[in-house]
Design a protein around this ligand. Sequence first.
Ligand code: SAH
Length: 228
Amino acid sequence: MFKARIFTLYPELFPGPFNEGLFGKALKEKIWELEKVNIRDYATDKHKTVDDTPYGGGSGMLMRPDIISRAIEDNIKKSEKIIYLSPRGKLFNHEIAKDLSNQKVINLLCGHFEGIDERVLIKKNIQEISIGDFVLSGGETAAYAILDAILRYIPGILGNKNSTEDESFENGLLEYPQFTKPQIWEEMTVPEVLLSGDHAKIKDWRLSQSEAITRDRRPDLWQKYKKN
Ligand code: SAH
């Protein structure tokens, strides 16, 4: 069983979106498990303080290494991967998601304030992952995003086993346009080929649409695709 363990100051934010839909169903069926660690439980003063001012000055506060370290030692086995959601991290993508879905347990450490004391990241061999070139106020929303992407690859969670196979990025391309009922909506009709029942033709059309959209919107992906 796949387990996600979330280290957070706001455990009430979880399971959050993962209580719903297929993820929620799979959670109830114990196809995966979510464990929450409240970092604040590892503070020792009576105010349960987890942060302090940065050495060298600067605005904002930092999460203390000793508190995070205790939270880790109390919950994690040595061989487990620990990921700190951080704008300095390796940029997350579907390949990393797929890779992480092969772990038995992943630990997601959500930062707050200006982040975390560097020493605990080094000492505990923590890997940093970013979800994009922007700054969030806390790691929880980033953890939602990466956990969602990982869970899609856990067998038995998505209804249809093919449903990850046709999606954007799977073949190095963005997805083709899709249409459902009504067939005519606001005077716009569905592309003729999709009504033809000719599966080979439909496949060709979708591929050429995927290629055109990728070339137009994501020259970086297009260059890679053409090389392969
Ligand atoms: N001072 C830090 C930003 C701290 S933002 C810096 O400049 O790098 C506060 C917390 O939000 C971080 O500890 C991290 O857990 C989370 N966070 C912010 N942006 C993120 C991003 N792009 N990806 C993943 N996590 C992010």
